[in-house]
Design a protein around this ligand. Structure first.
Ligand code: FAQ
Length: 328
């Protein structure tokens, strides 16, 4: 777990009664708000999950951002620019949400830049062709929607509310991705069809890994489910995504790279072959194809933005000083 982050000491100590009252509120479907009392473990779990999520949105700009200058038309460039910009906004909403838990954003950003914090494994894979932009929109944003639509009902108010807006934008992201995938696979040249199939072959398994380890290997799920931050387990959401996506792939004449894929008539689930969890943990631990590149890019952007932060701080100080002088 990422190191717990500091907060002013709670004025009211934890007791069995207080925890029971808190859990009763959650069981009753109430929303927990920043000024409400909460167990320290609940706060820490939210800080961990929300900060990882915010980092993912920000690092998630990099793989597709690589293609902005090489988008094949003005229309595609405009779509991609606004999508990548949206991801920056998502990061900001979620960092703001995390700050309501008494965390300093700088501390979180520092953890990301130093490589201490986690972010989604999916963003450590390379975007090799333009078809990857379509496939990321379709599969990666599609997986994010399945996960985040449920998080929009999470017990912590600021997180749930951020998810409502984010999901609306993610829906646009998914649609633009699927539109590009359908265009390449149905109207494209044989080379374009091969290119989009190759992108699906590379992104399919990493997209399934986005939902996290199997339930039996998920140490955080129990408490998150009890506190209704998560409403479904990792495996349940993964299965929902697979069931939604296979018919979409078939509709546009694409296949997923899984010889063991079968439809179970009884459960009505598409069942996949085994996921390579060794690969997943390698990527999570920093040994994925692009982990170093991503961190280097974020650090470079942070360093190059130092003058903007300095200018904003100087402007804020000047403004505050002027207000003080006017009030005197
Ligand atoms: N990558 O006990 P669990 C997006 C870690 S946003 C890396 O099951 P939990 C939008 C986990 O942190 C994508 N690490 O954990 C977009 C934990 O480590 P810790 C991000 C992972 O929290 C699209 C350990 O493994 N979305 O795509 C991953 O109960 C396109 C054990 O795991 C969110 O963050 C992983 N895939 O469940 C942007 C959604 N999975 O902290 C740009 C919110 C697990 O104990 C372009 N988060 N780990 O050291 C969640 O729903 C949950 O946190 C899960 C993990 C489901 C990700």
């Amino acid at each position: 777990m990422t190191s717990p982050v500091s907060r002013p000491p709670a004025t009211e100590p934890e007791s069995a009664d207080r925890i029971a009252a808190f859990e009763a509120r959650i069981a009753n479907g109430e929303s927990i708000e920043p000024k409400d009392w909460m167990p320290e473990k609940y706060r820490q779990q939210l800080v961990r999950m929300m900060s990882q999520h915010a980092h993912s949105e920000v690092v998630g700009m990099l793989p597709e951002g690589n293609w902005i200058t090489r988008a094949p038309s003005l229309r595609r460039k405009m779509i991609l620019l606004s999508k990548v910009q949206d991801e920056a906004g998502h990061g900001l909403y979620i960092y703001c949400g995390t700050e309501t838990l008494g965390v300093d954003r700088h501390e979180l950003v520092e953890q990301l830049l130093s490589g201490k914090a986690k972010y989604s494994s999916i963003f450590n894979y390379p975007t090799i062709t333009y078809a990857d932009v379509g496939v990321i929109g379709w599969l990666v944003d599609g997986a994010a929607i399945v996960n985040q639509t449920v998080l929009a009902k999470a017990s912590y108010g600021p997180y749930a509310r951020a998810m409502i807006r984010i999901c609306k934008e993610e829906n646009f992201h998914k649609r633009q991705g699927f539109e590009l995938v359908a265009h390449l696979s149905q109207d494209g040249t044989p080379e374009q069809k091969a290119m989009v199939q190759d992108a699906v072959d590379r992104w399919w398994w990493p997209s399934l890994m986005m939902f996290g380890p199997h339930d039996k290997d998920s140490p955080n799920s129990d408490s998150l489910l009890r506190w209704r931050v998560k409403r479904f387990t990792n495996d349940e959401l993964r299965q929902r995504f697979i069931n939604l996506t296979i018919p979409q792939a078939r509709a546009v004449g694409l296949t997923v790279p899984d010889p063991d894929l079968v439809f179970n008539e009884e459960t009505k689930n598409w069942e996949t072959g085994p996921i390579d969890w060794d690969e997943f943990w390698r990527v999570v631990k920093g040994e994925g194809p692009c982990n170093r590149e991503r961190l280097a890019a974020r650090n470079k952007a942070h360093d190059e933005g130092a003058w903007v932060r300095a200018a904003a701080t100087a402007y804020a100080e000047k403004h505050a000083h002027r207000k003080q002088t006017e009030a005197a």
